[in-house]
Design a protein. Sequence first.
Length: 576
Amino acid sequence: VDAGPGATVWAVLDNHRLADRQITVRGDQLTATLPTGSAPGACTLRLYVASADGRTGREARAYLVDGKPEPVGRQMASWRDGIIYFLMVDRFADGDRSNDRPIPGLAAPANFQGGDLAGVLQQIERGYFDSLGVTTLWLSPVVQNPDSAYREYPEPHRPYSGYHGYWPVSQRAVDPRFGDWTLIRRVTDAAHARGMTVLLDFVSHHVHEAHPFVRQHPDWFGKLTLPDGTMNLRLWDEQRLTTWFDTFLPTLAYVERTDVIDTMVVNAIWWLRAANIDGFRHDAAKHIPSTFWQRLTQQIRATEAAGETGGKLPVYQIGETYGSYGLIGSYINNGQMDAQFDFNLMDPTINVLTGSSGDLRDLARTAEASFDAYGAYSVMGTLVGNHDRPRFLAMADGDLEPGISSTELGWQKTIQVDHPSSYDKLVQAHGLILTLPGVPTIYYGDEVGMTGAGDPDNRRMMRFGGQLTAAERSVKSRITTLVQLRRDHPVLRDGDFRTLAVDADSWSFLRCLFSERAVVVLNRRDTPQTITVPVPAWLRGATLTDGMTGRNATLTGATWTVEVPAHGIVVWTGPK
């Protein structure tokens, strides 16, 4: 703790403040004494420190099970333990070729490519996700989509299919190209049997024009044309709650109609029960008013209270919102969603670690801003790639060209990895999100170094095993090691956070949980670097272990020099 002269220190066990006699502060060490039996089951111990002038304060948390730190294990004890793996069902694995039905005459990148729920199930049963170490599968939408192609409104008006799942033409039917309800349940059951959880991507902002709702309830949808005659199309901020994504995707009129809210809430609860999932990734969350999220969360909590959810953890809701900290934070509270993806941290992570712009000082400041906005113990989603952005490797390789959209670039040229150092940057970026607070998310294929320009080039078919190059196998091995480090060390999931030192090309930070410490050091240079890390007085004498190599180091002085490879990250932990 950083108590300082005259500081006030107090502790709270769940909702009960500990008596002053239960707290002892000696220097920067704090001891909280809990009577036997006072912390049964899962409890949270919170420590608060306020400076003597009352201007600064700090919180630290520890999570207990029966009065002791949470045990290390492969099973998720809470969503803080989550490591999410996002896969697009159509582009992951083809387990049943009998349902492969691409739309005739449509280019392959915009077409169905054969991935299905049977393929996901096969990979679960073959242990792919176990070997990687992820805890949670996020599946793209599996609801039925149209059986023909539609031209996007923006030029050059390319035709696309609904292979991605975000153009619903039904409330509850599974797209036959993906499988059926039996397969969904088999996927969730197989994941649960291995200690994993499942999130389903849920589309509540819009439907496709072929959806029965459009014919049955035309008054449930907003107008495509604004009063001044302009089209209300892709006006993400100007018309945030009413804009259309495309001319064939009518937006549901939540602002005007409570019956729309009621209908879509019932639909979400139905999927929660029927698919036996553990939570939702909510598409386009910022384009839907808070009244919907409040009503949905209320019904989810009622469903949990009635014992009608199959998961061992509370239902988790994470949304997609691009915008300011204030806008994103407005959707995160006890009455709405649990989290959003932290795109404000994602952007500088990509820009700085690919070398596009900024330096590690900018990245450190952004990380601190996120912790200030959402709390260092939030379950915000951290990520370095998703289905809407060019692949990290395309940016690291310098493939994006000024004046050409990343989408068009993917149609015009074949993007491949030309610089081996780009793989190191990719591993470093994943190492960062796996050692920062939050819930890290891995976009399918990033764990093996897949590249690609913008959508749909960033959604290539997944490759496994013998299809991988030696460089790609190395990427998978290193990212797997980093995933397992987070799994094996609670300090990387629950520990507090403090930057030790940062400059343009190096960043070292410390995470602490009880007696466990983790020191993480990044090097952004093209060459190896010997980085000097300040050592707090209370950490001197500790022996730490390099999680990548197994080497030990004893911190004997006020500083410590650490060797970090080019575009590398090292993680030192100990003792437990």
